[in-house]
Design a protein around this ligand. Structure first.
Ligand code: D41
Length: 679
């Protein structure tokens, strides 16, 4: 027998191990006895030890490495990691379905095809593959930026380090989204081990999975029994997108990912109701926790039509299972004052475990709710907790002492500033009447102003804001920009370094965008996405300040309620003064041309973007083309005006060439945008 060259043997071993690991860890269908697998594995490790120069990053031996410098470094998500809206009842589900059909302009009799799958109670994670190799893994974080957890994710056996390429072409780039979870059995074993070692036990599998991903030492993560289930593609280059969600799951399966066997697809809302009931019946016997069913519009084209609002897609929803209940003692009812002065009652509870999570506070919504339930401190109450939602007080249990206890009343004075509490005719919400003179409202408004998505003032955390307000050093947001080093150093526990960092953060935040500025103002009803739409619509602050109701209503997603709220806010002299002061202290941004006044040289044209652009993301390129009037489409036809082909463009480029459609490269696009954007 002739000796095989080492490289060839290594390749063979890796291919065999990869194949059998896939059968074992992903498909739960091992073909090789464990001992035989171990023998192959040992041979691989020995050969690699003799030839360390031949070790590759995707070798099955390379799952557990050292802690890299990049551990937990921020990873911006090119494609945001959206969240899912929840529905809790069949009625709410039917409403969702109706909204989908209304948006699509479908007749009520026509059923939408929905894909149903379990909602894993784990942690959302995104995986990047380049040319078939796993190059990065990140947590969801706030949806725009996550943390680098590549080293820990590499230890998860059901995550392919290299995509399987059974015959089919491998994508040049692939970003896969899915959930990391710990099966119940592994969780029990882990806790038994932790207990035996005197280490802390985890409250539930989800916390244990989160703990494992946050381990600095990947060798410890490797001992935690984690699994990864893939459920979406965020980005794909070099291969056509599957045209439905069900096809996406199947395709991800062929690439070597573990996908759920509990997914199914069917037509219309009644199908979904049935699937929900069936999954609910299977729930307790599954090897892992699920907290509902995710329902997705199956057809990708319809998904794109429906788009998303704020941070959640309009084409998918989490249909939650009923939560769990527990009873405990209501210790007290406290009142919290929010940013708009609304007084919210909070139930303080004797700590109680509900479905593995210790609860000591619960929401009570408003005073009407307290009176309806006739809650009195000292009563025994039933708490309800569903998944990740804030626990809520459901009802009171009858007992002998109830009648002797003191009922809860709405305080007549604000619990923070003692100003009068008012409640408009027919309104459920009671408010502190002091506006920004109330320190609680001021603190909340300033926290919002400085927060990451608003002015993003680094170094000015909530604790400092509270202190600055309490010491009466900051009254309005503009005062933040008037703080000096001397003043900061008078604060208790303020070190010179922190003061300098805070001042640097404050100075840096002056350069912002109109969208952030508008969001930061805290106009009631104007969230992050509305602020962005307003900035885009008006381009300049002055144009917005002068807008009348009709002009506001021309903004996408702005209806009468939002328009009214903006007009009221801007009519308030105090708010006008703060806006003027902010501009005066140097807060600035680059004005954009207003969407409404832009020339539209591409009106009536359809453009297609394909491949990777180096100077901007494809989303950005699409936005900029749309701003010039173009319709940006995902597929090439004879009616396409221009196909912009970036690096490694695939079949769309080929289609364009076959159809004789004009093809531009990135340089042509950039030159065109520069010429026509005019700013
Ligand atoms: O099982 C889940 N937890 C799950 C989460 C799922 N099966 N599908 C999901 N699909 C999405 C979209 C539709 C946005 C791709 C999700 C999530 N998102 C999700 N998980 C955490 C935040 C969002």
């Amino acid at each position: 027998m002739t000796e095989l060259p080492v490289e060839q043997r290594l390749q063979e071993l890796r291919a065999q191990l990869r194949h059998h690991a896939h059968l074992y860890y992903v498909l739960d269908r091992p073909e090789l006895p464990d001992a035989e697998y171990d023998r192959l594995y040992r041979e691989l490790v020995e050969l690699e030890q003799q030839h360390p120069d031949l070790i590759t990053l995707d070798s099955p031996s390379q799952r557990v490495g050292a802690t890299p410098d990049s551990a937990f470094a921020p990873v911006p998500h090119q494609v945001p990691m959206l969240s899912l809206d929840n529905v809790f009842t069949v009625e709410e589900w039917d409403d969702f379905d109706r909204r989908v059909r209304e948006r699509l302009g479908w007749e009520l009799a026509v059923g939408v095809a929905y894909a149903c799958e379990p909602k894993f109670d784990g942690l959302a994670v995104t995986l990047h593959y380049h040319d078939g190799l796993l190059v990065k893994a990140a947590t969801r974080g706030d949806g725009s930026t996550g943390e680098d957890i590549t080293a820990n994710v590499r230890t998860i056996a059901s995550v392919p380090l290299r995509l399987l390429a059974e015959g089919a072409a491998l994508p040049a780039q692939l970003e896969v989204r899915g959930e990391v979870l710990m099966p119940r059995a592994g969780f029990e074993q882990l806790n038994a081990r932790q207990l035996a070692q005197g280490d802390k036990v985890f409250a539930n599998p989800r916390n244990a999975a989160a703990g494992a991903l946050r381990q600095l030492d990947p060798r410890i993560s490797a001992q935690r029994p984690l699994e990864f289930y893939a459920y979406a593609i965020a980005d794909l280059k070099g291969v056509e997108w599957p045209s439905t969600h069900s096809q996406t799951l199947r395709w991800l399966g062929t690439l070597g990912f573990r996908i759920t066997s509990l997914a199914s697809t069917g037509n219309g809302p009644a199908y979904v109701r049935q699937a929900y009931e069936m999954l609910g019946r299977q729930r307790d016997s599954l090897p892992f926790d699920i907290d509902g069913m995710v329902v997705k519009v199956d057809d990708r084209r319809l998904q794109l039509d429906l788009g998303f609002v704020a941070r959640a897609p309009r084409w998918a929803v989490a249909f939650k299972f009923p939560g769990q209940e527990a009873s405990t003692r209501l210790e007290a009812v406290d009142w919290q004052v929010g940013r708009t002065g609304a007084l919210t009652p909070v139930a303080r509870l004797a700590p109680v475990s509900v479905g593995g999570v210790v609860v000591s506070n619960a929401t009570l919504h408003n005073i009407d709710e307290i009176q309806r339930l006739d809650l009195r401190p000292g009563d025994t109450v039933v708490i309800y907790r569903a998944g990740d939602v804030i626990p809520k007080v459901m009802r009171r249990l009858d007992d002998d002492g109830h009648e002797q206890r003191e009922p809860v009343t709405l305080p007549s004075g604000c619990p923070v500033c003692a100003s009068a509490v008012t409640r408009g005719e027919g309104e459920v919400v009671a408010r502190c009447s002091a506006g920004l003179f109330c320190p609680a409202q001021r603190k909340e408004a300033l926290r919002h102003f400085a927060s990451r998505r608003a002015m993003d003032i680094e170094g000015l955390g909530e604790k400092w804001i509270d202190l600055l307000v309490e010491q009466e050093l900051v009254h309005s947001s503009a005062d933040i920009y008037r703080l000096t080093r001397e003043v900061l150093l008078t604060l208790p526990r303020m070190a010179e370094k922190s003061a300098d960092n805070m001042l640097a953060g404050i100075a840096k935040s002056k350069q912002t965008t109109l969208a952030r500025f508008l969001f930061a103002l805290g106009i009631p009803e104007v969230g992050e996405s509305t602020a962005a739409l307003l900035a885009r619509q008006f381009g300049k602050l002055d144009a917005l300040l002068q807008a009348d109701e009709a002009a506001l209503l021309a903004t996408p997603d702005v209806g009468p309620v939002v328009a009214r709220s903006i007009l009221d806010f801007l009519a308030e002299p105090h708010n006008q003064a703060v806006i003027a002061a902010l501009c005066e202290v140097g807060v600035h941004w680059v004005d954009q041309a207003a969407a409404q006044d832009l020339p539209q040289p591409l009106a009536g044209q359809t453009w297609v973007l394909t491949g990777t652009l180096s100077s901007m993301g494809r989303d950005e390129a699409g936005d900029r083309l749309r701003a010039l009037g173009a319709k940006v489409s995902g597929s090439v036809s004879k009616k396409t005006h221009v196909v912009v082909a970036g690096e490694s463009a695939g079949s769309k480029l080929a289609n364009a060439q076959a159809l004789g459609v004009t093809v531009w490269d990135e340089a042509q696009l950039v030159a065109f945008l520069k010429e026509h954007e005019g700013c």
